[in-house]
Design a protein around this ligand. Structure first.
Ligand code: FMN
Length: 280
């Protein structure tokens, strides 16, 4: 498959076969992560390779029980790592202070995602599937403690990888010409914006199961792998919250705006616990 087709056909995979990833492939995945672009070529990242039952179980717990983390043969925890650089600079008569710099933090997070996305693409090329799990960011303290992660290191993203048991057929996306602006930013009218998202998600709530498949594939996949019917629970919540459109579904139920803002405090504290003080 050529690279364009491979990237256009990639989908997040959340249902994996129970087949170990050969060591020589894992080695290559790590190599492409290490060869990713990095601001200033500082390479402020570390990756924790988790393949053991206990580690995967704990990791699943830290991400609110998402079953693909437990069922994938491999999860990679991508960390912003300033520990290594700080030590090196202190031994070299200087003092890197990335932990107090918003700019170093933002670039390091971008580096981390470049490395992770290199892994995603190479994994696809080997017939593997993968899914990012960002929810680890809500349990940074727990993850740091369990995986013996030192100060100045933040676990920021999981990539769970394995041979696909099933791959979602369709995920709605915006039309590609909507995200590209020619030379200058083109402001769309309110109607054009509403239409763009209507095009993306289609009619709301004609058939809730079908809708969830499009808008919340995670609950469909979780229900396949777990005794609990997450679909039923979500339907109940939709009713209770009187969800009437896609935007409400996303920001009243999935990512409730108020809770997301209130979460800042906990997250900033977890950063501080890891020695990061970038929001003074
Ligand atoms: C930063 C980031 C965080 C994500 N976190 C999760 C997650 O916690 N759980 C999950 O099941 N999928 C997660 N995903 C996967 C997205 O849900 C998925 O990319 C999106 O639905 C689009 O589907 P596609 O990857 O098949 O195009 C994450 C993706 C990104 C880029």
């Amino acid at each position: 498959m050529n690279l364009y087709d491979l990237m256009m056909e990639r989908r997040s995979v959340r249902y994996f076969k129970d087949t170990k990833i050969p060591d020589h492939i894992l080695e290559k995945l790590i190599q492409v992560a290490n060869n990713a672009p990095s601001g200033g070529n500082i390479q402020p990242i570390s990756i924790i390779i988790v393949q053991g039952v206990e580690g995967k179980k704990k990791l699943t717990e830290f991400v609110g029980g998402q079953p693909w983390v437990k069922n994938a043969p491999l999860s990679m925890i991508f960390c912003i790592d300033f520990y290594r650089i700080k030590k090196w600079t202190l031994k070299s008569d200087t003092n890197f202070q990335g932990e107090n710099s918003l700019s170093h933090f933002l670039i390091a997070y971008a580096d981390l995602m470049c490395a992770a996305q290199n892994v995603v693409i190479l994994a696809e090329n080997y017939g593997l599937g993968s899914v990012y799990v960002g929810s680890i960011q809500s349990k940074i303290d727990n993850a740091r403690e369990y995986f013996s992660i030192p100060k100045y290191v933040l676990p920021m993203m999981i990539l769970s990888i394995g041979y696909p048991e099933s791959i979602p057929e369709f995920i709605p996306k915006l039309k590609h010409n909507l995200i590209a602006h020619n030379e200058k930013y083109k402001i769309l009218s309110d109607d054009e914006i509403v239409e763009a998202y209507n095009n993306k998600y289609g009619d709301f709530d004609i058939n809730v199961d079908k809708y969830l498949e499009k808008a919340y594939i995670e609950v469909v996949e979780a229900s396949k792998q777990h005794k609990t019917s997450w679909i039923k629970l979500v339907k109940k919540r939709m009713k209770k919250l009187e969800i009437r459109n896609h935007a409400q579904f996303l920001f009243k139920l999935r990512y409730p705006s108020k809770a997301m803002v209130e979460f800042n405090e906990k997250q900033i504290q977890a950063f501080k616990n890891a020695g990061f003080d970038i929001f003074q």
